[in-house]
Design a protein. Structure first.
Lengths: 282, 346
């Protein structure tokens, strides 16, 4: 017993050290600077400055709107895609090809992919050219520098995460359960919503949480696609660190983002648990 | 035992580079400058001629101005870098942080040709010498804009609505550009309300963070007119793109790369000699040809083709540049950035 515990301790030592040195320490530094004045006195003033100001609430609103919409769209688009990959595709090589196509963009940098969207969505880009050519619009639609443009970029980058997690969950659903539901007289839709969907809920939640936390903290995509005209919290924090050199205010912005994100993820998991209990109760 | 061995070898590893440095100190100096084509130009135009003339090797320490400043702050008391290149703005912060040594111009034979604006003084001593100027001029797509705009007012021309690029405060030129516009449009108020109202009415296509993003947008025709650095603009023009660069009647905001001697340097004499080499007409000509940097010294003869690419444009001079007191810009930075966030980037 003793030796195995000692072994466990040794095995854990490295990850714990790495986690402390590269995660907890920097986070601690940010937290401390967010609670300090320029000359090192303890203060809550930075948080007051953020939370008592309508402008910051507006930026928080934009940030959360983009993250929540990205999450919803990724789930809504990701579910059918995962369904297609797991249930419809019969030919193994084609499924493999599809999965590779799906994850291939993850191997290129975010910056490159965002620049790609800048070319596509630009004033004289492919999308506007096509719309103009088809006679659907008579002057270029503005995508860059709008929330829509950022949303398109975020969904594109984050979609693979929901497809993979939902696909994984779908593949584990016992076909017998769905067959039983159909045998007992439930239609296809009823079977899906009462049997399949609840059984894949953990995949949806996992994918949703990954997408949400990546979208809410995204910096590169919003910074490039906003053209400097839409601001999210991560951009505001980066600006304080990189050009204004106000680490106290920048730190407080980062911690605010972290706390709000954790609160929302906690709230949604609580809702999901409540829903699951409800279902059991019924 | 094991532990002691380990400690000894770690100590050896830490001690070794210093020993090596001390040995070769007489034959080499360390100079901090930027990477990319700027670094290559400084190497070819200044470092190599200096080594050739003196036999002293130049060790390059590559980094942008902010990185160099933090290196200088970390090595106070044991200076490894002898000469540091840093941009205007960061230069003043470095001086305030006390990491710079005074430069005695009387000991530099070539300093007699230095423009009076190019020696930066704090109290009685010089802390920085300009290595050359660059400006934020007006650039435009020659296919869409037929005549070179004569005023910054052209950015507000309806014909270019949605296709105008200006720097955001995240770019080093952003905050000075707001102050420059206030001056150009005669807004002398402390609050700059009129300037912000005017900026708010600008139908822009891009408020850029990096000069690369601006070059990219001009290249892809996303924007057709705007403010951009002369260096970036001429890179586009030289690549054959339909771009023009002009200095409007209100002038242009400009800044410079500067050279500094680091406090506590063990090679003060070589460092001074290095800066003297950078002040020769040959070095200034070379930098003007490679980076279109406007010379900080008089008596530099350049070809007409290079002359028009300088920060003040063809026929201009250093007098056309609006050089700001960076201490003032830095003092106004938080307020201007905050107001920009609220009113423009929104």
């Amino acid at each position: 017993m003793f030796t195995s515990r000692l072994t466990l301790l040794w095995l854990l030592a490295l990850p714990v050290c790495v986690f402390t040195a590269f995660f907890l320490m920097p986070l601690g530094v940010v937290l401390i600077s967010s609670l300090s004045t320029q000359d090192g006195q303890f203060t809550f003033a930075q948080y007051g400055r953020i939370l008592m100001d309508g402008y910051h609430w507006q930026v928080i609103g934009v940030t959360f709107r983009l993250a929540i919409l990205s999450t919803l769209i990724c789930v809504v688009l990701g579910y059918p895609l995962a369904w297609y990959l797991v249930r419809i595709v019969k030919w193994r090589n084609w499924r493999r090809t599809c999965v590779i196509l799906l994850i291939l963009p993850l191997f290129t940098s975010n910056i490159v992919r965002s620049f790609g969207w800048m070319v596509l969505l630009g004033r004289t880009g492919l999308v506007n050219d096509a719309l103009l050519g088809a006679g659907l619009i008579d002057r270029p639609v503005r995508f860059l520098g709008t929330e829509t443009g950022i949303l398109i970029g975020l969904v594109y980058i984050l979609l693979p995460f929901t497809v993979l997690t939902i696909g994984n969950a779908l593949a584990r659903v016992e076909p017998a359960l769905e067959e039983a539901s159909r045998d007992l007289g439930a239609g296809a839709a009823r079977t899906f919503f009462s049997v399949t969907f609840p059984l894949t809920m953990h995949g949806v939640m996992a994918g949703g949480i990954i997408v949400f936390s990546m979208a809410i903290s995204a910096y590169v995509t919003p910074a490039l696609l906003s053209g400097g005209k839409v601001t999210v919290l991560a951009m505001l924090a980066f600006q304080q660190y990189s050009t204004v050199f106000d680490f106290n205010y920048g730190g407080a912005l980062s911690i605010t983002l972290l706390v709000f994100t954790m609160a929302l993820i906690g709230f949604s998991s609580w809702l999901a648990r409540l829903g699951a209990q409800d279902m059991k109760g019924n | 035992m094991m532990k002691r061995l380990l400690l000894a070898s770690v100590a050896g590893l830490i001690g070794m580079p210093q020993a090596v440095l001390a040995q070769s100190a007489s034959q080499s100096i360390t100079v901090a400058y930027y990477g990319g084509n700027w670094g290559e130009a400084f190497d070819a135009c200044v470092a190599q001629p200096f080594s050739k003339a003196t036999g002293i090797k130049v060790v390059a320490e590559i980094g942008n101005s902010t990185t160099t400043l933090s290196k200088l702050q970390q090595q106070t008391g044991n200076a490894v870098i002898d000469v540091a290149y840093m941009d205007g703005g960061i230069s003043e912060i470095a001086e305030a942080a006390g990491v710079l040594a005074p430069i005695d111009l009387a000991q530099l034979p070539h300093a007699t040709a230095l423009q009076p604006q190019a020696a930066y003084k704090n109290g009685g001593h010089v802390f920085a010498v300009s290595a050359g100027y660059y400006s934020l001029g007006l650039i435009y797509n020659t296919n869409e804009v037929s005549e070179a705009p004569s005023s910054w007012e052209e950015l507000w021309n309806d014909a270019y609505a949605g296709a105008v690029a200006v720097p955001s405060p995240n770019n080093s030129a952003g905050v000075p550009f707001v102050i420059f516009l206030a001056g150009a449009f005669g807004d002398a108020s402390e609050s700059m309300d009129a300037t912000f109202a005017k900026l708010k009415s600008l139908d822009s296509g891009l408020l850029y963070d990096t000069s690369g993003a601006a070059s990219n947008a001009f290249q892809s025709n996303e924007v057709i007119i705007g403010a951009h650095f002369n260096v970036g603009a001429w890179d586009l023009i030289d690549a054959g793109l339909p771009i023009g660069f002009t200095v409007p009647k209100e002038g242009v905001w400009a800044t410079d790369a500067r050279m500094h001697i680091v406090k506590g340097t063990k090679n003060a004499e070589a460092a001074a000699k290095f800066i003297d080499t950078a002040l020769t007409p040959e070095a200034a000509t070379c930098l003007a040809e490679k980076l279109y940097l406007g010379p900080a010294i008089t008596g530099v003869a350049l070809s007409a083709d290079i002359e028009r690419k300088l920060p003040w444009g063809s026929g201009g001079s250093i007098e056309d540049l609006r050089l700001f007191d960076w201490s003032e810009v830095n003092a106004k930075r938080p307020a201007i950035t905050d107001r920009w966030n609220r009113e423009i980037a929104n």
